[in-house]
Design a protein around this ligand. Sequence first.
Ligand code: ZN
Length: 684
Amino acid sequence: MLTAFAANALKVAGQSPAQSPAPTIDPLHAWVSGNDPAGLESWVNQRLAEEQADIDKLLAVTGPRTVENTLRPFDDAQNQLALANNNAFLDYSLADAAALRDKGQALTAKISSVATELSLNPKVYAALAAVPLPANDPPTRHYLERTLLEYRLSGVDKDDATRAKIRALNDKITDLGLKFGRNVADGTLKITATKAELDGLPADYIALHKAAADGTYTLTTEQPDVQPVMTFAKSPELRRRMFLAYNGRAYPQNVQVLKDLLTARQDLATILGYAHFADLATADQMIGSAANVQAMLNQVDEASRSAAHTEFAQLLAFAQQREPGLKSISQSDAGYWNEQYRRAKYDFDAQSVRPYFPYDQVRTGILKTAARFFHVEFRQVKDAVVWNPAVDTFDVFDSAEASKGKLLGRIYLDMHPREGKDKWFSSAPVIPGIRGRQLPEGMLICNFSGGNAGDPGLMQYSEVVTFFHEFGHLMHHILGSQGGWSAAGGFNVEGDFIESPSQMLEEMFHDTAILQSFGKQYQTGETIPASLIAKMNAASAYGRGYWLQRQLIFASYSLQVHNTAPATLDFDALAKQDDARFNLFTPVEGDRYYASFTHLVGYTSNYYTYVLDKVIAIDFFAQFDKRNILDGPTAMRYRRAVLEPGASKPAAELVKDFLGRPQNMNAMKSWMNEEFQPPLAAAK
Ligand SMILES: [Zn+2]
């Protein structure tokens, strides 16, 4: 199983085998060659030199342009850029040493600058435009057409001076985005709590925090500390402090960074002939325009508004029973009252499922579930060279009938918090795939409980779902990156489709058989009771209306800040305006969530992706036979139609190929009003 990777490694390293042994350079994995700033830098520089050589080769062609002599070296150059970027990003996000993270950041900016330069190279554009569109090879045709579109959107047809300006703006945007992210990652805040304020929190949570000499406890804004407080702590004061600390962990330092970032983006849009950045950012997306985004958000608002009001009224009435005189529910109390309401109405306590979901067991269960659903097999690679001993590595093999046993790629799981490590939950490519030459590899960057000796890492159900969601991105990358072009893999599909496959997987985790296959009490081994799952499902179906309304806040905010002249932008006023429109909970005074809203960097104006993709995901899931989700024929049909093509066709076609029509709101409407049967009746 290692040979395919070794063969890749030989390709570049073995240039002069007769000479004295040159230091072995792994051209795909920077961390193998040198886990230090100098090693990373020289590795990245080699990738960039390869990229330049590919472009030189492309430009040196005389005679007629063809796919082989022009698009191929172009894709090779893209491949080198992706390798450089993925590896630099890996160290930026995951390295233990601050110096290596800094180097990763600096190199990410440098690589981005090289990519910008390539995207503004008129000679390369002219060469690509001269390649005849292949009539009988639709994936290649689509790749070429899309590449040309991206070139036009980047401003390649502008004069020299304008292109220089565009380049400078892109560099600035990259720098500011990285800065924003780092401020969030490094902005861990601490709050202190009295013993009494920890009332309601799980015993294992309290046990992990030792009291200081004065009897107080220190909590941080790291994920494993935050969520239990917001869900279980009885003290509204503690919840409020944690909420403000968490959302404020990069405030005020990110306010100016965000302003500068939005200004640079607007300047770029103006040069490229767009009124606002949101128009530019949607021009190559499935949705097509900022106006279409607004229309879609309005539709979802209309579909979810009345459900949200009904749910909120129930929640408020309940809270008022418990606390007579309560006028409203604060945003920082939403998680707590949700939990209380679910316990009372559905007899469901989110803590009661945690003992069934210790981290190691969940990991095994998710791998097994994914293996069945995606028709693959995972084999752990114990001796893989990784960037941190905490990382687990698996090779992915095909188990579909026609191609059983074929090695498809490799995945790395980096799953628990470390100091300096990125604080969020995400999935990222490590290596793009090229059929016959290079197998895709990807990684999960997560911050789940567990990973320390003696801590079983009991997970909340929502964390289990997040794990599967991120795992879905990884599988999209592995299965969708088996084609001939490096830059047309699973992660290269239009950005506003990318969440659909993962959001669909979330729906699978209501299934009793699936949850029972790995939900076992960590001390006794008892299987999670069907009655408990039924209660949990009923409880989780509650609140979908205002969950969507909350998503509309984020989607509107990200659209508006990119659809407004930055000079007139008031972050707080805009947040108030969205709250007034969508938020039934009372905003917390001093909430500066936008200063740590990292989606504004990666998704820019396009947070709507989550809303649109939820609509598609629910529509997708409605096609499955609920009695046999994993082993029925739909799973393979889904893999073939939606995942395997990667970015070899427009996302709208992937949707149509699977559904037989474009997505619509019908499944979403029933999902929102889904009344799970009363718990006991549903229990088997
Ligand atoms: Zn996702």
